[in-house]
Design a protein around this ligand. Structure first.
Ligand SMILES: Cc1cc2nc3c(=O)[nH]c(=O)nc-3n(C[C@H](O)[C@H](O)[C@H](O)COP(=O)(O)OP(=O)(O)OC[C@H]3O[C@@H](n4cnc5c(N)ncnc54)[C@H](O)[C@@H]3O)c2cc1C
Length: 452
């Protein structure tokens, strides 16, 4: 890659948050970018929150050209026990949006895609590169074009793409390929077949509840916080996210609810069966397709657990529940292949457990650094060292929290030691180089009622 003087054409595999953040930052840096995405343009709501860590804020500061608000602000993290003796354990200002609001905003910025969230696109800059989004196209392989003149570094990459509707296969040529195709990445499995995705022994039962369907007392208690209820080997979390079409209006917003329970391989296999077609899903049963008997039994579990009253109210008001097996990947030894022409980012590089809500922040961090590297501001070695260090820190942190919640403090100790070791390495490296550490810890401090 060091020999490839001016890459121009970039192909991004995967058009979710990581792919789109890379695509936007590269387009704004003047590259011609093609995003290849397996799903259609109109993605279904993930019914999920996206928390803003430091790098998401930096990304938006540099690249957001829409400017209208699209986030809600959380001021605390509080525990909600059965007797409702609520304790704020962290004063914590964090902005949160929904997956779909952020997806459509990024689409509007990348290729001007008009949606009910963002009907018009922002004004382009003269220095922008070209932007092309190819929906319902699946990447099946990539390789170097041996029929071209020149040495290895000068030969472009060929991306083989299959149309999901016609089954036709086409070839796209690119100087650089970004693998942003998520935790089951085909790009990662090509270069790192031993670093696959694995389940970790628990699942999350999820859903959203429109705020207007919730009692006044529950809304008042939960509305400005990230709310956690912990019980032995299970926990629940709930917080507000934007509602339909990204609405931030009180009453139209949604409570996002997630309940983590441990499962044996047998119970996992049983609960992943689809209510509609009987198909056994690999990791996620989509919204509204959990079998009725399974969900009824879960509600009974919530009643007998018992849940605190506001949490019970929320879980019983979920109309379209879905369940996800929690998975993770190990941090690979490398993030760059084909002499730096193929780069992995986001969940394709490393999938964290969800407890620290830092996956989208990793995506932003990787994307900003990809753009710096491709425009020559940092070397390939520096890019790779930083994205891998970031992944090691935050994946070990998420594993530590996951084990703490689901297995208890003693079981989490080994993971904690690993995490503290990576923190120490990060501190030392950053100090030696005179740079800020990569660990994204939140500074805890007192906030006023408006979160300032
Ligand atoms: C249902 C759901 C709920 C979530 N909830 C939360 C949450 O509450 N909080 C949180 O922080 N994070 C959550 N996440 C994770 C978060 O959305 C991701 O971490 C974040 O979007 C960054 O992921 P990514 O873009 O790297 O990968 P992904 O979002 O997995 O995107 C990968 C993309 O690549 C596409 N793709 C895959 N293979 C191919 C191929 N061969 N060719 C072309 N395209 C391909 C996929 O269709 C997909 O669009 C959730 C994810 C899901 C799926």
């Amino acid at each position: 890659m060091e020999n490839l003087k001016r890459p121009r054409k970039v192909a991004v595999v995967g058009g979710s948050l990581s792919g789109l953040m890379c695509a936007v930052s590269l387009k704004h840096a003047g590259f011609d970018v093609t995003v290849i995405e397996r799903e259609g343009n109109l993605r279904e709501s993930h019914m999920a929150g996206v928390g803003f860590g430091l790098d998401m804020v930096s990304f938006l500061h540099r690249h957001d050209r829409i400017f209208s608000p699209f986030t809600l602000r959380i001021l605390h993290m509080q525990s909600v026990p059965i007797d409702l003796d609520v304790k704020v354990f962290v004063n914590w200002r964090r902005d949160i949006t929904s997956w779909d609001a952020y997806y459509f905003r990024l689409r509007s910025m990348f290729d001007g895609f008009a949606s009910s969230y963002y009907p018009s696109s922002p004004v382009a800059s003269e220095t922008d590169g070209a932007a092309l989004f190819l929906p319902r196209k699946e990447v099946v392989d990539i390789w170097r074009n041996n029929n071209c003149e020149g040495d290895g570094d000068a030969r472009p990459l060929i991306v083989e793409v299959r149309d999901r509707d016609t089954r036709e296969v086409a070839k796209i040529q690119a100087d650089v390929v970004i693998g942003a195709d998520g935790p089951s990445s085909v790009i990662r499995s090509k270069y790192l077949p031993d670093y696959g995705r694995r389940t970790v022994g628990y699942v999350t039962w999820r859903g959203v509840i429109p705020e207007r369907d919730v009692s006044e007392a529950t809304r008042e208690l939960l509305k400005r916080s990230s709310n956690v209820h912990m019980a032995p080997c299970q926990h629940c979390i709930t917080y507000l996210i934007p509602g339909e079409n990204g609405s931030l209006e009180p009453g139209e917003r949604h409570f996002n609810f997630a309940w983590y329970t441990n499962e044996t391989p047998e119970s996992l296999s049983e609960l992943l069966v689809d209510a509609v077609d009987g198909h056994r899903h690999r990791y996620t049963v989509p919204a509204g397709r959990i079998r009725e008997s399974i969900w009824k039994a879960k509600i009974e579990d919530a009643r007998s657990a018992p849940f605190p009253e506001p949490f019970l109210e929320l879980v019983t008001k979920i109309k379209k529940p879905f369940v996800q097996a929690i998975t993770e990947t190990d941090v690979p030894p490398r993030a760059a292949f084909e002499d730096g022409r193929v780069l992995l980012v986001g969940d394709a590089l490393c999938q964290y457990r969800p407890h620290t809500a830092l996956s989208a922040t990793q995506a932003a961090f990787d994307s900003l650094l990809v753009a710096e590297h491709l425009r020559g501001a940092i070397s390939l070695a520096e890019w790779e060292e930083k994205v891998l260090r970031f992944a090691r820190l935050h994946s070990s942190q998420s594993r530590y929290w996951g084990r703490f919640y689901q297995e208890g403090a003693m079981a989490a100790l080994v993971s904690a030691c690993r995490y503290w070791w990576y923190c120490w390495v990060d501190r030392m490296k950053s100090w030696w180089r005179g740079e800020a550490p990569l660990l994204r810890t939140t500074k805890f401090r007192r906030l006023d009622e408006d979160g300032n």
